[in-house]
Design a protein around this ligand. Structure first.
Ligand code: FES
Length: 190
């Protein structure tokens, strides 16, 4: 076991040696207390700075493809056919919590043919699959939760306890699909 130097005087010690040893012990204790406090303070500061950087999903932002050869380009209604699912970010906001699962649930290019939801699973926070499964549901690769995009992303299978939050959308001024308000509820695990 580690032994700290004793501050007790021994017969051979001079008064200067005793004083020096006590000062070293005091410095050692002060350093340990400081390091302990820092170990708690740093994670708290990191969380605080992250929450400051978080950008809200704002009405009017175009949805842009999150991945693939069109990554960063706006999603145009005519790009998708009924049954397609793609993932997109509000333009300029590519934080994980802002990822959107956009599904074409009907025919035509009217906004009513589309539904948008958070792409973060409400079970334990995995990202759902972009493509719908053969049943036409949004599925999660982690524990097989399934959500019905035609019914408000209601849970239709697996362990998730609540639907994916929905995101209001509209056709923007440039003809692309755009955000029309905040998510309907908290994102991911709650
Ligand atoms: S994280 Fe999606 S089903 Fe568990």
């Amino acid at each position: 076991m580690a032994q700290f130097p004793s501050t007790e005087p021994v017969e051979s010690d001079s008064p200067e040696e005793i004083t020096t040893r006590r000062r070293v012990m005091k410095d050692l204790i002060a350093f340990s207390v400081g390091a302990f406090a820092l170990a708690f303070a740093l994670p708290a500061l990191a969380i605080k700075s992250l929450s400051f950087e978080k950008k809200a999903v704002a009405a009017g932002d175009s949805l842009v493809y999150a991945t693939g050869e069109k990554s960063g380009q706006p999603v145009i209604p005519g790009d998708l056919k009924a049954g397609d699912g793609v993932q997109a970010f509000p333009n300029g906001n590519n934080q994980p919590d802002a990822l959107v699962e956009l599904v074409k649930i009907g025919d035509g290019d009217d906004i009513a043919a589309f539904a948008a939801y958070s792409a973060i699973c409400t079970h334990l926070g995995c990202t759902v699959n972009a493509k719908l499964n053969p049943e036409g549901h949004i599925s999660c690769p982690c524990h097989a939760s399934q959500f019905d995009p035609k019914d408000g992303a209601k849970v239709v299978g697996g362990p998730a306890g609540r639907p994916l939050p929905s995101l209001p959308i509209k056709i923007g001024d440039d003809g692309s699909i755009a955000v029309d308000g905040p998510f309907s509820g908290p994102i991911g695990v709650q």
